[in-house]
Design a protein around this ligand. Structure first.
Ligand code: GLU
Length: 398
């Protein structure tokens, strides 16, 4: 008999798509994978060199649970130079990816009877982690019509006497939408007045394509440092998903609480990974800009290709590396009941893996990750169009 909490959560739907694609690939199929939220680039040489040196120097034992001092300092320094905020290394804990950063935070801050407001379409692990902490997620919807903007009024009107936290992900997964500094400030001012935590998931902070002001850490730090948490990750900016390295930055007592939780769960992040992360943060940063430029060009080209069918409706995402088309019109034309069915058929019949919108609380949408080479993107989009044509010509084009 499983614990009661297992009735409330299920395993990650974003990870599941990758598993299905891998299973099909093992049967010999040539699968184009647009499912994974995972960069196709190599980890930067500076990270690899530090990792190799760590192994050779036998830097392979336990480290301090919260991470090595040099890495915590490098993370604090990066936030200082990028955003002007002043956090000490003691206000940082190194975690196994952004996922453990958010998990530790949820467990440290939320409990039974608490409500935590977040937005959708959104990354599925956020509400599940809130449930794992025995709190209740309160979901505020954002809409394609206004670019999936997180509206402060919508967040504020979801606050109740039970609200204990607000979690904002910007740029957002799967929409790529960014919240403006002004909008976050409105949320922060009210949260501060009510004593509510604001948690900022900045996992895609280095992947912003438009020139928008996005100094969100400063918005929180200058207003409510005692009630704000910033989480981040090496995974996306430095193509280091498998290394598992992220962080929580915040008030010392929250970092200590995260440390206590982590000390009974995983202990320190892999010692070699920590040295690799240090190498990446202190090494040349040109690789981050190069990846950004490549993602931008992929985003624009794939959008053009997909939109040649007017039933695929897209918002140009400002950040992250996903397109999130509304395919509801297409589903009607193709007589496919749901986007889950569409994604399943697309995988089995055309060998293209995408994540259905249902994974993000958005039926009728698909998430297409463009963190893959332009050749594979072209191939995958061609297959998508061919798959759609197999249901008949688009209305008005016969
Ligand atoms: N964050 C990535 C995604 O959304 C990786 C998978 C996961 O951990 O959810 O695809």
């Amino acid at each position: 008999m499983l614990a009661d909490r297992m009735k409330r959560i299920s395993s990650s739907p974003t990870l599941k798509v990758g598993l299905e694609a891998a299973r099909l690939r093992r049967t010999g199929a040539d699968v184009v994978d647009f499912g994974a939220g995972e960069p196709d680039f190599s980890t930067p040489p500076s990270a690899k060199a530090e990792a190799k040196a760590a192994i050779d120097a036998d830097f392979t034992k336990y480290t301090a649970n919260a991470g090595i001092d040099e890495l915590k300092e490098a993370i604090a320094n990066r936030y200082h130079s990028a955003y002007g905020v002043d956090y000490s290394p003691g206000q940082v804990i190194v975690t196994a990816g952004g996922k453990q950063a958010l998990y530790n935070t949820a467990m440290a801050l939320f409990g039974p009877g608490d409500e935590v407001v977040t937005h959708s379409p959104g990354w599925p692990s956020i509400p599940e982690q809130i449930r794992l902490a025995d709190a209740a997620p309160v979901i505020v919807r954002t809409d394609a019509e206004d670019g999936f903007r997180v509206k402060p009024q919508a967040i504020l009107s979801a606050l109740t006497a039970r609200t204990r936290g607000i979690i904002i992900n910007s740029p957002g997964n799967p929409t790529g939408a960014v919240i403006s500094e002004g909008d976050l400030a409105l949320i922060a001012d009210e949260a501060k007045a009510r004593g509510i935590w604001v948690v900022l998931d900045l996992c895609y902070e280095r992947l912003i394509y438009e020139s928008v002001a996005h100094n969100l850490p400063m918005v929180l730090w200058s207003r409510m440092p005692e009630l704000s948490i910033v989480t981040g990750s090496m995974s996306k900016a430095y193509a280091m998903t498998g290394w598992r390295c992220g962080w929580v930055i915040g008030p010392k007592q929250v970092i200590a609480a995260c440390g206590a939780i982590q000390s009974h769960a995983t202990s320190n992040v892999c010692s070699i990974t920590q040295r690799a992360a240090l190498g990446a943060l202190e090494g040349p940063q040109g690789c981050v800009d190069e990846m950004l430029e490549e993602y931008r060009s992929r985003r624009d080209r794939v959008m053009d290709w997909l939109q040649s069918d007017s039933r695929i409706q897209l918002v140009r995402p400002a950040g992250a590396f996903y397109l999130f088309p509304d395919i509801s019109e297409l589903l009607l034309d193709c007589k496919i009941p749901t986007s889950v069915d569409f994604a399943q058929k697309l995988l089995t019949e055309a060998h293209v893996a995408v994540t259905p919108g249902e994974a993000f609380d958005a039926p009728g949408f698909l998430r297409i990750s463009y963190a893959t080479s332009i050749e594979r993107l072209r191939e995958g989009v061609d297959r998508i169009h061919k798959f759609i044509r197999s249901f008949g010509p688009a209305p008005g084009t016969a």
